[in-house]
Design a protein around this ligand. Structure first.
Ligand code: 173
Length: 319
């Protein structure tokens, strides 16, 4: 009996082990905190990815900035410490300054696949940072300036504002003094009065309780918030043709969900109003100047830092 039980155990073990030998598991980290809506969106995708990819390809979600700090995630993917990341270009400008250009896109991710932008992005990302650019999972989302103090014109003289590279050139052009922090440090900076405001998309300020410290939102919003999935290029090339095809399909499916943000942004805008966050807006002429200035200094910054690729990115990403 005991020998039979052992034989049965060995036989049932042998099958999953054989299957596991065919299956590749990719390690993924998030540069955004684990309690952000981005991670929620990501986890829904990973769940169906793993269900569909059984026996072929799986994703193991390692965690957020506690695993790898926000501004070190790009390097970790580039060097193969992890295979995949959910991050944004502003977080890996230390690898390639033009990564931050994706925020300036005025054409959709779907259009970027049609007009050659996606291909060009991959060429540049491959060559400069050993990265494959798989999919854009956030778009249709403006950034805003949020404040604890009122302003009546686009002049931030005397104000200290939390930034990432996304906002640096624009806020500095309005005379702000700036301090760079990852998302995970915004609440403490607000609480301690270290900053008088911050840049962030129209959605997500409730995820980390910033609403508690936010009095004003400046309209209009500007740019096009980008969150994407990037992959270590060697890990991508090492996949079997079948696994790579599956991954590409799944990436496309993630990107195809982006209409979600249109609805979500409307809900979040209402939620901000209900929370008593007041809107600061300017007259039509000043608003127009505000937006034009945002793009003008945004592209100038990219082209200065990356004169070799900036102009072509501008051509492919602008309307
Ligand atoms: O941290 C940020 O403000 C930032 O750069 C960003 C970029 C894309 C989406 C959300 C935040």
């Amino acid at each position: 009996m005991r020998r039979l039980a052992r034989l049965v155990a060995a036989a049932t073990l042998a099958v999953p082990l054989a299957a596991a030998a065919q299956e590749t598991t990719l390690r993924l980290v998030s540069a955004f905190p684990e309690n952000s809506n981005y991670v929620q969106h990501l986890e829904g995708w990973i769940k169906q990815f793993n269900a569909a990819g059984k026996g072929l390809l799986q994703i193991n979600f390692i965690g957020g900035p506690k695993a790898i700090p926000t501004f070190e995630v790009g390097k970790a993917v580039s060097t193969g410490v992890v295979d995949l990341a959910m991050t944004t270009g502003a977080f890996y400008t230390n690898l390639m300054p033009e990564s931050d250009a994706l925020k300036l896109a005025q054409v959709s991710a779907a259009e970027q696949r049609r007009n050659g932008a996606y291909e060009y992005i991959n060429q540049v990302w491959n060559k400069k940072a050993n990265l494959a650019y798989l999919a854009r999972m956030v778009e249709y989302t403006p950034f805003h300036l949020y404040l604890t103090k009122r302003i009546d014109k686009p002049d931030l003289t005397g104000l200290k504002i939390r930034i990432t590279p996304v906002y640096r050139d624009f806020f500095q052009a309005m005379n702000a003094s700036v301090v760079t922090t990852p998302p995970g440090e915004v609440y403490t900076a607000l609480e301690r009065g270290v900053v008088d405001g911050y840049g962030w998309p129209i959605h997500g300020i409730f995820d980390l309780n910033w609403n508690e410290k936010t009095k004003f939102r400046v309209d209009p919003g500007f740019y096009n918030a980008e969150v994407s999935i990037i992959m270590n290029l060697d890990a991508y090339k090492k996949l079997s043709a079948r696994a790579r095809e599956f991954l590409d399909q799944q990436a496309l499916a993630l990107e195809a969900m982006n209409d979600h943000w249109k609805r979500y942004n409307e809900e979040e805008t209402q939620r901000q109003a209900q929370a008593g966050i007041q809107i600061i807006s300017f007259d039509a002429a000043v608003s127009k100047q505000y937006l034009e200035r945002a793009y003008e200094v945004g592209w100038a910054g990219i082209i200065k830092a990356a004169p070799d690729t900036g102009p072509q990115l501008r051509k492919l990403l602008s309307k």
